[in-house]
Design a protein around this ligand. Structure first.
Ligand SMILES: [Zn+2]
Length: 173
């Protein structure tokens, strides 16, 4: 495993539509392991392969709190529902935070690292993180969806209860 360099905007690879994974081999397993290590080192909650320079349809999300890491290979959104506006960030856009509207609920179909197919349903912040990462695989970046840029200092101006939430929501993906 290795910590990889995170590709920053405006690198062209971030705007590419990524390629389907067809080989479920050791190289894919290594990519997923590198992505996980890189995400943890950068204190993110999600990472997409193009963010470490690989234009393939692979992304991960880690909600923490003892939850298993979600590994998504060739993910496809099969259903969405509701909508919610929350603050997002992105490891490829250091220092940029903004309010983005996304579905509250999502259902996806994806493959595991061994190629087996699975279905997953998620809500709220987890759904947001999954959709943010799948956007990356289509070359869609969150800055194009920001409806209001949020200064990080705004996180500190709110009361104690909100700080926890706001900081969580401001985490990088
Ligand atoms: Zn991102």
């Amino acid at each position: 495993m290795a910590i990889r360099e995170i590709v920053k905007y405006p690198a062209p690879i971030l705007k590419q539509k990524c390629k389907e994974v067809v080989k479920f081999d050791q190289k894919l397993a290594m990519l997923l392991d590198d992505m996980y290590e890189t995400m943890v080192a950068a204190d993110g909650v999600g990472l997409a392969a193009p963010q470490i320079g690989e234009a393939v349809r692979v992304a991960i999300v880690d909600m923490g709190e003892g939850q298993e890491v979600i590994e998504m290979v060739n993910p496809v959104v099969t259903a969405i529902g509701g909508s919610e506006v929350e603050v997002e960030g992105c490891l490829s856009f250091p220092g940029l935070y903004g309010e983005v509207e996304r579905p509250f609920f999502v259902r996806i179909e994806a493959q595991e690292r061994d190629g087996s197919l699975y279905e997953l349903e998620a809500e709220d912040y987890e759904a947001r993180a999954i959709l943010h990462e799948i956007d990356h695989l289509n070359g869609v970046l969150f800055d194009s969806k920001i409806i209001r840029v949020v200064d990080p200092s705004e996180f500190e101006e709110v009361d104690e209860e909100s700080i926890e939430t706001e900081q969580k929501e401001g985490e990088h993906q």
